[in-house]
Design a protein around this ligand. Structure first.
Ligand code: DON
Length: 623
């Protein structure tokens, strides 16, 4: 437990550059001498709380923690346990069943109100004690201990540490909680709670006695803000579908008979506890946890309310303050004639792509995909869809896709397929943090997903080529005269060249050319597949620069500068190369200079085509 003394602002070093931390410090300094309110006494053990204790913590939806004052001081969670137990009950029984037992209407009553909704016989909502006890009664498990273990494990998923209960607070409430006992019996009477009353109450008193800090509360709130995934651990704490249910009841009922005014002023789903804690959630952004045991007469922490109200006002946090989504979700779009995959292509393939690659369209998306942003994507796409055959959506910079986003993507895929078009998705998990939800995304095939946009481009280009050209005999070996580099050589010249080349076979994974080796020959790939790879950093990682198919030459710069190899070339599959040594070519050229001239012209054409494509690509990507 931290003290209220000199170490108050342990992370003060960064205060000057963080308006968030300095605001928390400001609020803390402003209210720490404010002793309005009273500590709870109706549970005798709670009366021992020190009124000076005061901590504030904020955890962002991506896991950054800000904390000031007694943010690590431990106290009992009390009613803040209620929304989380409600979430577990929803996971155990589903929404419809739970709604049959506990309503979701704000009652405007105090937390310990004994009034039930007369029309339905249900407690009004899971935040008042009547509803909370009925909710706890739903928690599955074999007897009290097993059920308590389940509860503690669930809370442990929301914090980033194992939690336990404070036995003395538990016993203190068990000994004095007659009103809650009466409420439980009323629930039994109305059929909302089964007759294991003592077990249910022990479980309820147990959940209220769980020990937390303001920092824990902020982590729990941030987990709700982060769609149910704890941003500190990366682990899911609650099924995504129930997060909105939990936040809804917090919003309408979390602050009891102050819920309306809280929603109006602060505008963040919240929950308070008589231990002195408050949590507040800004969905998608962060969670706040405050602790100060001085309570107002509704059982809400006085300092906590002040801090949340002022932070909301200062940073315009109200949930209903619309945050614009006008920033374009489409970061960039380009067509296949401007940006090509890294696969080298034979001349014939190049000419097919020159005609057809314009029907290949890439949309790079960014941010979150949900109804509003997906609508923008469709709107951008519609006018050009008629001329698109292959659409690649690049998710490299997409942070989250909600259920609606997946649904719309799935529909889009189906509709494109119906008109003979294909949708390819790149950079989905594990490359990005986006959760892959194929099950609710229509009829995806394995061919819909690519590790990166280059792989998607390559696949689409190959399909375009296949529409016009039979596949090159994959396991056959191309003859020398089928190589692009010998185009224009007559039969006798090819025969001369043939006498000079060496046919070399490589196993898959073999290094054909090694970076740094002397560049003393050129390679003509006659069968298989090879890739040019650049070593990065200490050489443990490599980047693929291009893929070379049969018919294409590599290492051809040896014809010009004879220096050393600038990258590795590795056989991706068993491959065959015709290897032509520069010395042998020089000797041949002395007798027959025309051959070298023709080879050089072919290489020069290929290089200039690549340079032009690189220019077009830079232009497209700079737009
Ligand atoms: O049911 C009770 O009385 C307590 N264990 C919890 C009440 C509570 O925290 C009310 N919230 N402000």
């Amino acid at each position: 437990m931290s003290s209220t003394g000199a170490s108050l602002y342990s992370n003060a070093a960064s205060a000057e550059i963080s308006p968030i931390l300095s605001s928390l410090q400001e609020k803390h300094a402003k209210y720490r001498e404010n002793f309005n309110g009273k500590v709870a006494t109706y549970i005798p053990e709670l009366a021992k709380a020190d009124p000076r204790q005061f901590g504030i913590a904020l955890v962002t939806a991506d896991g950054k923690t800000y904390e000031v004052g007694d943010a690590r001081h431990l106290f009992t969670i009390q009613s803040i346990s209620k929304p989380f137990v409600y979430g577990l009950a929803l996971e155990d029984y589903g929404q419809d069943y739970v709604l049959g037992k506990v309503g979701v209407e704000p009652s405007g009553d105090a937390f310990n109100s004994i009034v039930f909704d007369e029309r339905s016989n249900r407690p009004f909502n899971p935040m008042v004690n009547a509803g909370a006890i009925a909710t706890t009664a739903l928690i599955k498990g074999e007897g009290h201990d097993d059920r308590l273990t389940r509860l503690l494990e669930m809370f442990g998923r929301f914090t980033d540490r194992a939690v336990e209960i404070d036995r003395s607070v538990f016993l203190s409430e068990k000994a004095t909680g007659h009103r809650n006992r009466a409420i439980a019996y009323l629930g039994l009477n109305s059929g909302m709670i089964d007759d294991r009353i003592d077990e249910h109450l022990d479980l309820y008193f147990g959940q209220c006695s769980i020990i937390v800090s303001a920092r824990d509360l902020a982590a729990m709130a941030a987990t709700l803000a982060n769609n149910g995934v704890n941003p500190l651990t990366g682990n899911r704490a609650i099924e995504e579908q129930y997060v909105k249910n939990v936040l809804s009841v917090m919003h309408s009922c979390g602050m009891y008979d102050y819920a309306g005014e809280w929603g109006y002023r602060v505008g963040l789903p919240a929950k308070s506890g008589v231990g002195g804690g408050i949590i507040a959630v800004l969905p998608g952004q962060f969670g706040i946890g405050t602790f100060s045991p001085l309570l107002d007469d509704r059982g809400n922490s006085c300092r906590g309310i002040q801090v949340c109200e002022e932070l909301s006002e200062r940073f315009k946090l109200h949930m209903f303050k619309t945050r614009s989504i006008t920033r374009s979700v489409v970061r960039r779009r380009y067509r296949g004639e401007m940006v090509r995959s890294k696969r080298r292509r034979t001349r014939e393939e190049q000419s097919i792509l020159a005609r057809k690659a314009t029907s290949l369209c890439v949309y790079e998306l960014q941010g979150d995909l949900f109804f509003g942003t997906m609508e923008q994507v469709f709107r951008r796409l519609m006018p050009e869809l008629a001329s698109v055959e292959y659409l690649i959506l690049d998710f490299k910079r997409v942070a989250h896709i909600d259920d609606c986003g997946w649904e719309m993507l799935g529909r889009m895929s189906e509709m494109l397929a119906r008109s003979g078009k294909r949708l390819a998705l790149s950079y989905l998990p594990p490359t990005t943090g986006v959760v892959l939800r194929r099950e609710n995304a229509g009829k995806w095939t394995e061919e819909s997903f690519f590790p990166d946009t280059d792989a998607a481009l390559e696949w689409c280009e190959s399909r375009l080529i296949l529409e016009e050209q039979a596949p090159v005999g994959r396991y056959g070996v191309l003859a020398l005269d089928a190589m692009d580099i010998v185009a224009g050589l007559d039969a006798s010249e090819v025969a001369l060249l043939q006498s000079l080349v060496q046919e070399v076979r490589y196993d898959a994974g073999a290094t054909i050319v090694r970076e740094g080796d002397p560049a003393d020959s050129i390679f003509l790939l006659a069968a298989g597949l090879a890739s040019v790879r650049l070593k990065l950093g200490d050489g443990a990682r490599t980047k693929r620069l291009s893929t070379i198919p049969p018919g294409v030459a590599f290492g051809e710069l040896a014809l010009f500068d004879g220096g050393t190899r600038s990258a590795d070339v590795v056989a991706d599959e068993p491959s065959v190369c015709y290897v032509l040594s520069i010395t042998a070519l020089d000797e041949l050229a002395a007798r027959n200079p025309g051959i070298r001239t023709k080879l050089l012209r072919n290489v020069g054409r290929e290089l200039s085509a690549r340079l032009r494509r690189a220019d077009a690509e830079i232009r497209a990507l700079e737009e």
